[in-house]
Each structure stands twice: as C-alpha cells, then as structure tokens.
Design a binder for this molecule. Structure first.
Ligand code: F3S
Length: 395
C-alpha cells in the first residue's frame, strides 16, 4: 500500500505507540480489502461501547488505549452505552456494571470523544455530501451514505475507533466513485393499503435479506416513507439483514440514478414475501411487559408527538419506554411522564441496555432492527407500526 511520509512516520512510532498501533490495524484491514492507499477522514463515530456488549475485554482495551496516551485526532462521537448515565438507578443495574460502563465513557471522553451516545449522529452533526467519515453503526452508515451522500464503509466498532485515532481509513469500496453505482434494482410492488407496508423497518429488513450485499437501487418505496422517522426505520432494517452500506433510493438519495440502470439484475418484492419476513421477526403475544420505541433513536420532535398523543388519551394501559439522544432532550421529568405510564431514557437503547433488569421480557416494538436483535437475545417480540401501537396501548 502506498503511504505518505506522515503515515510512515506514524508507523515508525514517532507519534506515539497508540497512533502507531492504530495505523498498523487500519493498514492491515486496508490490505485485506485491496486498498491502494488511505484517505483522511473528517469525523468518526464509534459503536460497541456498551459494557453489556463488550464486557471486561472491551473495557481493558479502551483503558489501555487511554493510559497509553491515545487520543482521537478527528471529532469522534459515540453510539449508545449500556445505561442512562443519569437515570441508571431506574434500570436496576448492578453497581459493578454501572462503574465499568462509566469507566468506558470516561476513558473515551478523556481521549477526546464527544459522548453523544446516540445512533443518530447524522441528525445532530451531519456530514456533508462527499465528506469522508469513519462510522460504525449500520443505520448511521446507511443514512450517511444514502441520504446525505457522505462516504463511509461499514466500519466495525474497533476499526472506527482506530480510524478516529489516526484520522484515516482505507480508500476502498464505498469511499470510491466506482463502488457507489447500483449493482441490483429492487422494485417494491406493495399495495399502499396493505397492513405490512405500514412497517418501513420490515420493508427495509426484507430488502436487506433479499439483496444481502452490493448497492441496491430501490424504486417504489417512497410512498411508504412518510417522514424521517420512517426513513430511519427503513434504513435500519436494511442494515440489520445484510452487509449493505449504501442504498440508492429513488426520489430520496442524492446519488440515485434518474432511471433504471441497464444490465443490472432486477428483483421485485411483494406482499407474500414480506409476510414471510414478518413472521421471522414477530410473534403473537397474549400479554406484553412494555412497548419499546426508539430504534434508531427518536428525535425530540418525534418524542413530543408521541407524548401529545398519549396526553390526549390519558394514561397508557401499557408501559411505554422510549430512547433518544440526551443532546436532543435532557429536560423531561421521568416522574412527570410516569403518570402517563411513559419512561424516557437517554444515552442507551433497548438492544444495548438490559431490558430484563427493567422487568421486561415480552415487548412490542415498531422497529424491525429492534425485533431482530431482541428476538436473538431471547425476548418475545411483536412488531407493530407506531400508529397501531399508539391505538393499541390504550385498549
Ligand atoms: Fe440504535 Fe440501538 Fe437500534 S444503537 S439502531 S437503537 S439497536
């Protein structure tokens, strides 16, 4: 791989052991992927920072980087952690868990990371069109590439961390013009009045599991994506089911072609196949412990429209738990919301915190991504649309 003089200096250890080690890893990954050079990135977003997920091994790695004087060289944000940093007492977590999660955040903060602790950094500090960033977290990657036209590969959590330290990433795949062209066309033939088409996350999940990799050009979904929330659910669904990092969505993506590309395979998705995907993600539940919303995280505006619906109907009969970024909402009183049977948490999410410790085993969600990961953690999960949930929660 071609390296600049500055990169060679880093590899020789002139800029410290952590930068040296980080660059060694980035170069190795680049060589495996066939990159001929590295490219500077302007931002990083690091996932995999929940103590529940990374455990003692992850904590040790992060502490070692910190004690060896590691630091981020570009603005670096963080994905959700394993607890709400202020309301962890309401989450019934053991003291050791809380202490170790705090150590992870404190080390990363001291290395210069901004603890946004959210998976929607693109709504808070969006990269611009063509900007090269190093992002972990599949829904954020898909949003950055597909909606904003920024450029990132699907960097796993540790790789985004090392790329944030050296400010460079392998110049390969979705970072290059050639790899951002459609490799397959997906035509959505769902009826607008079908019940399953009210689940944008499910449509995305189905496309992700059908296509699996490459760059799909997707036509006919715009009717089912009414707002930004739907779009995020849709992209999160795509990212959950396969390795896709860029989806060119007709009428939404700035890089989507104006017409169906020639010489590219076309697949159609219909109601029957969508039902099969639904049945993989959702089971009928006689009883549920909670409705859990915010995967990807909700925005403050979305939360307030949920609160308005709830307030207009009185106290919900079902416990409703919502996750969103603290930087968008740090002022709601949990105590006040509890009278509506609503709980709002920041800094964490339903998948990387411990819902069981919160007394939740059977859940209703509106997100295919949440349905997939919670089912794989042994929870009983039912998938419903947000509108349907907000009606059903009062019955
Ligand atoms: Fe975000 Fe957690 Fe879902 S990180 S996309 S809320 S699994």
């Amino acid at each position: 791989m071609y390296l600049t003089k500055e990169e060679e200096r880093i590899l020789e250890g002139h800029e410290g052991v952590v930068r040296q080690r980080a660059l060694e890893i980035v170069v190795k990954v680049g060589e495996v992927l066939g990159a001929e050079r590295l490219i500077k990135v302007t931002k990083a977003h690091v996932s995999g920072i929940s103590y529940k997920n990374i455990g003692d091994a992850g904590l040790e790695l992060i502490e070692e980087l910190f004690t060896s004087k590691g630091a981020f060289s570009v603005p670096t944000s963080l994905n959700p952690a394993g607890m709400d940093l202020k309301l962890w007492k309401f989450m019934n977590l053991p003291r050791t868990y809380v202490e170790k999660q705090n150590r992870i955040i404190n080390c990363l903060r001291s290395m210069g990371a901004e603890p946004l602790l959210t998976c929607i950094p693109y709504l808070i500090e969006p990269p611009s069109f063509g900007e090269q960033v190093a992002w972990g977290e599949s829904n954020a990657i898909l949003y950055a590439n597909s909606v904003l036209g920024a450029r990132t590969n699907r960097e796993g959590g540790p790789l985004a961390l090392f790329e944030g330290i050296v400010g460079r990433a392998p110049y390969v795949d979705l970072r290059t013009d050639e790899s951002r062209k459609p490799t397959i066309c997906v035509i959505c033939e769902l009826r607008k009045d079908s019940k399953l088409s009210q689940l944008p996350g499910l449509i995305g999940f189905h496309i992700g599991s059908t296509v699996k990799s490459g760059v799909p050009y997707i036509k006919g979904v715009e009717h089912f994506l009414k707002d930004n929330y739907d779009l995020r659910l849709f992209l999160a669904g795509i990212g959950t089911a396969g390795g896709i990092g860029l989806a060119l969505i007709d009428k939404i993506s700035p890089e989507a072609p104006k017409s169906l590309p020639e010489n590219v395979e076309t697949v159609k998705i219909d109601e029957i196949e969508l039902r099969e995907s639904y049945e993989k993600l959702s089971i009928d539940l006689d009883d549920v412990d909670a409705v859990v919303l915010g995967c990807p995280h909700m925005s403050d505006r979305e939360l307030h429209s949920v609160i308005n619906v709830i307030k207009s109907k009185g106290r919900s009969r079902r416990r409703i738990i919502v996750f969103l970024p603290r930087s968008l909402n740090d002022s709601l009183s949990l105590v006040k919301l509890r009278k509506y049977n609503l709980e709002v948490y920041n800094d964490t999410c339903m998948v990387v915190c411990d819902l069981r410790a919160m007394g939740v085993e059977r859940v209703v969600v509106d997100s295919a991504k949440a349905a997939y990961y919670l089912s794989s953690q042994g929870y009983s999960v039912r998938l419903m649309s947000l509108n349907e949930i907000l009606r059903w929660a009062f019955t």
